[in-house]
Design a protein around this ligand. Structure first.
Ligand code: ARG
Length: 438
């Protein structure tokens, strides 16, 4: 590996562990070069965060990654139209584009494209502005919207050539008709069509808010469409802008590989989002299903046993699975999250083992697994070592906890104090089943 790349990796390690950074760099480098990521940048970011944007993109370029950048120029065009006194109106969320509007907008869009290209080049990064030739379009409805295009085809060759030559492609939302008429294309539509044509591994939306926000204005870390979409769409605090965004992402991800993810983040948080498990922003994936095995086969138990051993880095006694009292196994599609529940004191369910790989944790799979567990077992108790990295998270999930030396016992939904006491006692005298411990 080159010296530069090593140095950059060291830098990355400061965000998380170097293992995380290496793992993601490997993942992102494993797809075809031009298919690493599409980055959609709003005009507002170019206006206010050009420096952060250019430096985040330059950083990726130095790592050998070639994101495809697609940018808008909404606020700049609005400003120029106002200044020129050209009336502009929106119908159905589309800018009605008269010839006059196009005459004002076009140079403004080129100008913004150049600004980003120049900002990248000023950092010693090769970039290529591709203002034309990618989106083939026809009039959406000339009467109604004027020079607004509907995409009829996406031509990837210019951006692929840019990438092959080592440059970052920087695209605008303009398309052309067969006869060469320049047409204005809605940013979300252009992003979607580009993504469907290119099928990138990551789709990145850079927004000033840095993610989707929950009811308290905090960034939601992860959304798994399979598990959370319906529920989120029901929530009254999900305002219309976010509802639309979620719908668009949902539509976009259908038909793409399950491993494809969308990250909504800000320019300054992009590096952290990409190279750490926890990320910084909102990660949206289709998400995996969690299967419940009420009567797990020997095969399933053995599979889970292996995953538990790997996760804790120690061996279980060979008779561990046979010793479990009526075990129930919950397992995600990828096997990166699993839980084993047994029948404990007073017939109450005891969470014997719970594992989520760190990367899956960052994708929100731990939370999804926990939701499933919670729905199935309104009453549950379990224990964890103080030193276990997941213990602080358990405190947030449990409604009762009790410390016992190196252990903490947790309980949910066990309201009867005596019963809870018995459960705690039971948890403390349990044999966790490890080989090396007594
Ligand atoms: N670094 C990983 C990625 O970009 C995981 C990011 C997790 N992000 C989050 N907001 N939970 O694919």
């Amino acid at each position: 590996m080159s010296e530069v790349r090593e140095t950059v990796l060291e830098l990355l390690a400061q965000l998380g562990s170097s293992r995380e950074a290496r793992q993601y760099l490997k993942e992102f480098s494993s797809v075809e070069e031009a298919r690493f990521a599409v980055v959609k940048v709003g005009g507002g970011i170019l206006a206010e965060h050009l420096d952060e944007l250019a430096s985040a993109l330059a950083f990726l370029h130095r790592l050998g990654l070639r994101p495809v950048v697609l940018h808008g120029a909404g606020p700049q065009v609005d400003g120029a139209l106002a200044e020129a006194g050209v009336p502009s109106e929106r119908i159905d969320n589309l800018r009605v584009t008269s010839e006059q509007v196009m005459a004002v907008a076009r140079p403004v869009i080129y100008e913004q494209n150049l600004r980003l290209v120049e900002a990248l080049e000023a950092r010693g990064i090769r970039a290529r502005g591709l203002q034309h030739g990618t989106f083939e379009a026809s009039y959406l409805d000339r009467e109604r919207y004027g020079l607004v295009g509907e995409i009829t085809g996406v031509n990837l060759s210019s951006l692929q050539r840019a990438v092959a030559s080592g440059a970052l492609p920087v695209l605008t939302f303009l398309g052309e008709s067969e006869s060469g008429q320049v047409l204005n294309i809605n940013a979300d539509v252009a992003a979607r069509e580009l993504v469907w044509a290119l099928r990138p591994h990551k789709i990145i939306f850079l927004t000033p808010s840095g993610g989707l926000l929950d009811r308290n204005g905090r960034v939601i870390s992860a959304v798994s469409l399979n598990n959370d979409y319906e529920a989120l769409m029901q929530e009254d605090w999900v305002h219309s802008g976010m509802r639309l965004k979620l719908q668009q992402i949902n539509e976009m991800l259908q038909g793409l590989d399950d491993s494809t993810s969308v990250s909504i983040t800000s320019a300054s948080q992009l590096t952290r989002e990409l190279f750490t498990y926890r990320g910084a922003g909102t990660l949206v994936r289709k998400g995996e299903d969690i299967h419940l095995h009420a009567e797990p086969s020997a095969q399933t138990l053995e599979d889970v046993m292996g995953r538990v051993e790997q996760s804790f880095g120690k061996r279980l006694r060979p008779d561990w699975s046979a010793s479990l009292n009526r075990p129930v196994v919950l397992l995600s599609d990828s096997g990166r999250a699993a839980a084993v529940v047994v029948e404990g004191r007073d017939g109450l369910p005891y969470l014997e083992k719970f594992i989520v790989t760190p990367a899956a944790q960052g994708e929100g799979l731990g939370a999804a697994m926990w939701q499933t567990l919670r729905a199935r077992y309104p009453q549950l108790y379990w224990r964890s070592r103080n030193s276990n990295p997941i213990t602080p998270w358990y405190f947030l999930q449990a409604d009762a906890s009790e410390r016992h030396g190196p252990w903490v016992v947790f309980a949910n939904g066990i309201d009867d104090a005596l019963q809870r006491h018995r459960a705690v006692q039971d948890a403390m005298q349990r044999d966790p089943g490890w080989m090396e411990e007594a």
